[in-house]
Ligand binder design. Structure first.
Ligand code: 3JN
Length: 336
């Protein structure tokens, strides 16, 4: 373990990249030098870090000399092109894209769930999809106690998951609607203001979207159990921040709602908010800016013998992306 690390954020001007810089500062990660990289378009911008303005440079194959840790959030194609260059230069990459997630020799990690997998890395560690992360943080303790056989999940995903352009589009469409102006639809296939769109990412041949199949495949890899059956419907909703999920599970062993509540109350990274009589349950607006995965509406599924329903909410840019990546780096430096 060193005293200080040279860290680079690739994709620093994006919604997740911005959050990575803030979280490195907030958590006092031992950064000796912070470098920021982005595409040509953002070259020359400045981002604040620990009271100083750090200049954004253009990402090239030679950007990685002297880097210890590279946090990538610049999309899968940039990761495919540049992450191997960073590894060649001696850095360990924590990659937020889907580029390497399902590669057999790349650990796919949520520290609360399978932090032990980090040590098997060969230069690249993958950060899972945001919708998967918050779900597995809540489900792993239940899986350990009662063996989950099947998961049925429907998501209600915030526009910040798509990035800054989508945040702007929801804002602009809302303003235009109230001003009786014509709407512009450019980021999503349909109007997002006052709407729900049951399509996240592109459709695959099996009728599911890529986002849905990411949830299926990543969940099994992180939980290290291919016997778990998973089916997902992912929906974009007009919310700025935090993804919400309705999750139904079937278990092998009977577990009561009370037992799930007690178990999750002491699970790392989870906060149970479950007081329906007082209308208390996790809400996107309360979870924005927070680190925890919030779980509520915990109840037994009365349609089967051994089933649980719950509502899981978390800030998609934090635990769903930047925070999880920095937590991986924190585990990593304890071992280096
Ligand atoms: O839409 C969301 O809420 C999450 C989006 C994730 C995403 C968007 C574009 C490309 C990903 C991802 O993290 O899986 C990717 C990708 O890396 O393939």
């Amino acid at each position: 373990m060193k005293d200080k690390y040279t860290v680079v954020v690739v994709g620093a001007t994006g919604a997740v990249g911005n959050e990575m810089v803030s979280i490195l500062e907030e958590r006092n990660f031992p950064v000796g030098e912070l470098r920021l990289l982005a595409s040509e378009m953002s070259e020359g911008k400045f981002i604040g870090f620990k009271g100083k303005n750090v200049k954004v440079n253009r990402l090239t194959k030679d950007s990685f000399k002297g880097i210890d840790i590279a946090l990538f959030s610049a999309g899968a194609s940039r990761s495919l092109e540049f992450a191997p260059e960073a590894v060649k230069a001696g850095a360990v990459v924590v990659d937020n894209s889907s580029a390497f997630r399902m590669e057999a020799d790349v650990p796919l990690v949520v520290p609360e769930v399978n932090g032990h997998a980090i040590k098997k890395h060969k230069g690249i560690i993958a950060n899972p999809n945001c919708s998967t992360i918050q779900m597995v943080v809540a489900l792993k303790p239940i899986h350990d106690a009662a063996q989950i056989k099947r998961i049925v999940v429907s998501t209600y995903q915030a526009v910040s998951g798509t990035g800054k352009k989508a945040i702007h589009e929801l804002e602009q469409q809302t303003r235009d609607l109230f001003s009786l102006k014509e709407l512009t639809v450019s980021v999503y296939p349909h109007q997002i203001a006052f709407n729900c769109i049951p399509q996240i990412d592109v459709f695959l041949d099996n009728g599911y979207t890529k986002e849905e199949m990411k949830m299926v495949n990543e969940t099994r890899k992180i939980m290290e159990d291919d016997s778990i059956r998973v089916t997902a419907t992912t929906v974009r909703v007009p919310v700025f921040s935090s993804h919400s999920e309705s999750v139904n599970i079937e278990t092998d062993k009977k577990i009561t709602a009370g037992e799930v509540r007690r178990l999750l109350s002491k699970s790392p990274g989870v906060e149970v908010v479950d007081d329906p009589k007082n209308s208390l349950y996790p809400l996107a607006v309360h979870s924005a800016g927070r680190d925890e995965v919030f779980v509520g509406r915990i109840r037994e599924d009365e349609s089967i013998d051994k089933g649980i329903n719950m509502w899981i909410v978390s800030d998609n840019l934090r635990k769903g992306a930047a925070l999880n990546a920095v937590q991986i780096a924190e585990v990593l430096i304890k071992k280096v």
